[in-house]
Design a binder for this molecule. Structure first.
Ligand SMILES: [Mg+2]
Length: 269
């Protein structure tokens, strides 16, 4: 594992040359939000993005000819609220909702009756375990959070696994950072990456994926398959990512260094 944040520090925030062995191919940037661009907070709805960070994403979008997308577990409307006024292509709800560069939205939603049933079962879990609370995402995906009660982790994961097992393959358990999410089967962040990369302005570019969570692993693997790389943020291991950054603070600094490097490249052309 190469700790590119320390290399970047030593080089005065120069982009470590080893990170981009494929610079002869233009890049496409795919970035997660929570735990990658910003630190976790107790409740996801309290997260705010720094205006400087939004400005940086906008700058990168310009420098990469529009090839910047968000891959998030949040729903699309929530992604847009956080990134406002930016409205980026996205794989939201871990890939269940995608929006391409033309603004076309595609959703893979389960039958409503199943969503209702899973919601009810998750409510029962949250109601029976103190400190655990339920987040509903677009009425189809249900996240049981136990950040306030880490000792409930095993109980939450066990209950969530039972709910998934009884859903006849319609729902699956996605374990994350202090969260167990019941999400409809059928798409992950890797699928979202693949579908976005098949279309302009991403097509023909090497995907660079920044993420922190288990939910980012399919995107790291897909990036490798498609000629790119993954960069994990934080200490979680093992991972399919080839590079690492220590924290969201380092992500911001590294992205700024990337933007500077891309600007220099533009200047030379
Ligand atoms: Mg994350």
């Amino acid at each position: 594992m190469q700790w590119i944040d320390s290399a970047a520090d030593r080089a005065g925030l120069e982009l470590p040359p080893r990170l981009l062995p494929f610079t002869d191919q233009p890049l496409a940037l795919f970035v997660d939000i929570d735990g990658t661009l910003v630190d976790f907070v107790r409740r996801p709805q309290d997260v705010r993005l720094d205006p400087d960070l939004l400005g940086l994403l906008s700058r990168l979008q310009h420098l990469l000819d529009g090839a910047v997308a968000v891959l998030s577990g949040r729903e699309l409307s929530d992604v847009d609220r956080l990134l406002s006024p930016l409205k980026l292509p996205a794989g939201a709800l871990h890939g269940l909702q995608t929006r391409d560069a033309l603004g076309r939205v595609r959703s893979l939603l389960p039958p409503p009756a199943w969503a209702t049933r899973i919601a009810r079962e998750c409510e029962e879990v949250a109601g029976s375990l103190p400190g655990v609370w339920l987040e509903r995402k677009a009425k189809v995906s249900f996240a049981l959070h136990y950040r306030d009660a880490p000792s409930q982790g095993a109980a939450v994961l066990g209950a969530a696994a039972r709910i998934a097992a009884s859903s006849a393959g319609r729902y699956r358990l996605q374990a994350g950072n202090c969260v167990a999410e019941l999400k409809p089967a059928g798409a992950d962040k890797g699928d979202a990456l693949q579908s976005l990369l098949a279309m302009p302005p991403f097509r023909g570019r090497a995907p660079l994926v920044l993420g922190d969570d288990l939910t980012d692993e399919p995107a790291f693997s897909m990036a490798e398959q498609l000629g790119g790389v993954g960069v994990i943020v934080g200490q979680r291991r093992p991972t399919a990512a080839r590079h690492a950054l220590t924290s969201p603070k380092h992500t911001g600094r590294w992205l700024a260094a990337l933007a500077t490097r891309l600007e220099q490249g533009h200047t030379r052309q």
